[in-house]
Design a binder for this molecule. Structure first.
Ligand SMILES: [Zn+2]
Length: 306
């Protein structure tokens, strides 16, 4: 060891990470106490739901900032998937509305079991969320204009169309007719609920025929398709709006792109089943971003009224 190096070692109180000449492990590699000794009370876990990472551009944002921005990514404009609670807060004046038909519950009348029984599946959701079914209906005002809005919750078995959704949809139409107010639906669903089999499919006819009554009463029906809107929804009331609108870049279709690709054995065009593609091909009237949704809905209601 040179003279200069030994002086340097004396000055430095922190041991070097090279092994000591006596062969002992340097202090940096030693663990004086075994196991984790921090008491549980001092543990600092990151609270759930505090941050959100954009699935498109990976931008990490505080959830409360995202909420203030209508759950739209400020960098890439990606519209996060949100549920009925957030949609109602965005649309209804002062976040106030009257919830309708919250007392209708799904029933396992076929005794359906896949990985677990349908009833067990339902009970699990009831215990872990405050959702009662895949659709919630609210009656309130949008910028002063009265409206009934039905919104799907993807968290409830993929927003699937079951007999409860069909019943709520039908009763919502009745409320619209008795109160003479417009009807709006916010779609977010994977399609029919397989656990209800044919009963689920019957809802397509039931909801469509209720819309005829709404139309005969000369009341407007607005359908907003959000990411994703598939299967039985797009095959029935989702596409039957007097005005069909969608959120940007939402995936909308009947069967998924993979199924179609495998069936027709061809490459699908760029942007297939995205709202921009559907707008270009005449399936939609316009695309509206979530921050302008309330103003647009109000504008349409006023136009229909006059
Ligand atoms: Zn983003």
């Amino acid at each position: 060891m040179s003279q200069a190096e030994s002086t340097e070692n004396k000055k430095n109180t922190i041991p070097l990470y090279t092994p000591k000449p006596d062969g002992n492990t340097p202090l940096w590699y030693q663990r004086p106490r075994k196991n984790i000794v921090t008491p549980t009370s001092e543990k600092r876990d990151t609270p759930q739901g505090l941050w959100d990472k954009c699935p498109q551009c990976n931008l990490i944002k505080l959830t409360k900032d995202l909420e203030a921005n209508y759950f739209i990514c400020p960098k890439c404009q990606h519209h996060y998937r949100i549920g009925s609670h957030d949609y109602f807060n965005i649309l209804f004046d002062n976040k106030q509305y009257e919830p309708l038909f919250d007392n209708i519950f799904s029933k396992d009348f076929l005794g359906f079991t896949d990985l677990k029984s349908y009833q067990q599946r339902l009970d699990d959701i009831y215990t872990h969320t405050d959702l009662k079914d895949s659709m919630r209906v609210g009656y309130g005002k949008v910028l002063g204009e009265e409206i009934v809005i039905a919104c799907m919750d993807f968290d409830f078995i993929g927003g699937s169309l079951g007999s409860v959704m069909g019943e709520k949809f039908a009763r919502a139409v009745d409320v619209c007719i008795s109160k003479r107010v417009p009807y709006m639906i916010i779609c977010k669903s994977g399609g029919a609920r397989m656990m209800e089999s044919a009963f689920s499919l019957m809802q397509l006819a039931k909801t469509s025929s209720k819309l005829v009554q709404l139309s005969e009463a000369k009341l407007p029906y607005i359908s907003l398709l959000t990411d994703p809107s598939f299967g039985g929804i797009s095959a029935s009331f989702g596409m039957l709006g007097d005005i069909n609108i969608a959120e940007p870049d939402a995936l909308i279709g009947f069967a998924g792109p993979r199924v179609i690709k495998e069936t027709i054995k061809r490459e699908l065009p760029e942007g297939f089943q995205r709202s921009e593609f559907l707008l270009e091909h005449g399936f939609l009237d316009f695309i509206v971003s979530r921050d302008k949704l309330q103003a647009k809905i109000h504008q349409m209601m006023v136009l229909f009224k006059n």
